[in-house]
Write a new protein. Structure first.
Length: 204
């Protein structure tokens, strides 16, 4: 079970935990704080209060608030890479492209706060944290090539342009899509529909 899946589990307070369990629960709560309130909410005190452990205990596990934040980035990047891998597998088996492709990538950024994570990493300048996602993105390019190659000759630039287009839109939708849709009186699915409608222009 990933940290993302565990984020919905209620964590009991004030009990003895094994070191690995305490670390895992701290990351679950830190992820929840990121999703609900943004990166500035991720403090040792806030996390400690949520899971019923002391500041000193969290220092022991993470060294500092920065250490906790770094550990959270690493765990969430792993989940994002896994989600993109799932998108690749879905694309290779699902005949409903391009909407299936759009949904898979949008879900990868939206689920579990990956969009907020990407914004956090970009604004912090710690871009090395995104390195584990590189292979997943490259696999996605290969999967698109395999999916659409029978429909015509595709250049590498066209396919990477398609991935860039989908990823940028999915990132923007995850970070600020809800208020923008509200301002424009558009439904929750409108961003995905627009991208799915425009995607063939990159691939055909």
């Amino acid at each position: 079970m990933s940290i993302r899946d565990e984020a919905v589990v209620e964590i009991p307070k004030r009990r003895r935990r094994a070191p690995d369990e305490a670390r895992r629960e701290a990351l679950v709560v830190a992820r929840r704080l990121l999703i609900e309130s943004g990166p500035t909410a991720i403090t040792l005190k806030a996390v400690g209060d949520k899971i019923g452990v002391t500041h000193a205990n969290l220092i022991h596990h993470f060294g500092s608030a920065a250490g906790l934040q770094s550990a959270l980035m690493e765990s969430m990047v792993r989940d994002l890479a896994d989600a993109l891998d799932a998108a690749v597998n879905q694309l290779r088996s699902d005949a409903g492209a391009p909407r299936a492709l759009v949904d898979a990538v949008f879900d990868a950024f939206d689920r579990g706060g990956a969009g907020r994570l990407a914004a956090w990493i970009a604004l912090s300048g710690d871009l090395q944290h995104l390195e584990p996602v590189r292979a997943a993105v490259q696999d996605l390019v290969k999967a698109i090539d395999e999916k659409f190659s029978a429909e015509g000759e595709q250049t590498h630039n066209r396919i990477t342009s398609a991935v860039l287009f989908i990823a940028l839109c999915a990132f923007g939708d995850a970070v600020i899509g809800a208020p923008l849709r509200d301002m424009l009186d558009r439904d929750e699915d409108s961003g995905r529909k627009i991208v799915a409608r425009l995607l063939p222009s990159f691939l055909l």
